[in-house]
Design a protein around this ligand. Structure first.
Ligand SMILES: Nc1ncnc2c1ncn2[C@@H]1O[C@H](COP(=O)(O)OP(=O)(O)OP(=O)(O)O)[C@@H](O)[C@H]1O
Ligand SMILES: [Mg+2]
Length: 153
């Protein structure tokens, strides 16, 4: 397990962190994006998607739970489980096919999928602090370490 702590100033800073995360992102990656309401989880994901070439807006896929974004290099599945009522719904939506499949999964509110979701490659925890956000990134395996290394390239 290796860990990085990064201080984020404003929204643009958070989107830049997303772009750095995108550098090392690979098909099959599972990334949790955690933190309280309004922490900046979707802002971070927006940074990832914009840097990969997405032009439009990025909203949390609240009612559908998942939104796919296909790029040449890879497909990203953006999940927001905030409205998940029962982790079992994940089985019904075919979560197994998304995980470890052809895409990278970024999941907001993974806590709500407890007992169904596997351990992530990388856990991103966003904590609001007085002048921005503290972001702690924890890699749990080699694919996670690779994403962490991508932050510096
Ligand atoms: N440094 C910062 N990083 C990210 N967002 C910030 C920052 N400072 C202020 N904000 C504001 O905080 C809000 C973050 O919203 P965002 O939708 O990204 O949060 P979220 O964690 O996805 O929330 P939710 O739990 O509702 O999905 C935005 O309104 C953004 O403008
Ligand atoms: Mg969100």
């Amino acid at each position: 397990v290796s860990e990085r702590t990064i201080h984020i100033g404003d929204v643009a800073d958070m989107e830049r962190l997303g772009a750095r995360l995108a550098t090392g992102l690979r098909a099959g990656n599972l990334i949790y994006v955690r933190g309280p309401l309004g922490a900046g989880k979707t802002t971070l994901v927006r940074g990832v998607l914009h840097s990969l070439g997405h032009r439009g807006s990025v909203k949390s896929p609240t009612f559908t739970l998942v939104e796919p974004y296909a790029f040449d290099r890879l497909t990203v599945y953006h999940f927001d489980l905030y409205r998940l009522k029962d982790p079992e719904e994940l089985e019904f939506m075919g979560i197994r096919d998304y995980l470890r499949g052809a895409g990278a999964c970024l999941i907001e509110w993974p806590e709500l999928g407890r007992n169904v979701l596997p351990e992530p490659d990388l856990d991103v925890m966003i904590e609001p602090v007085p002048h921005g956000r503290t972001v702690v990134l924890t890699a749990h395996n080699n694919p996670g370490h690779a994403v962490l290394r991508g932050l510096d390239t």
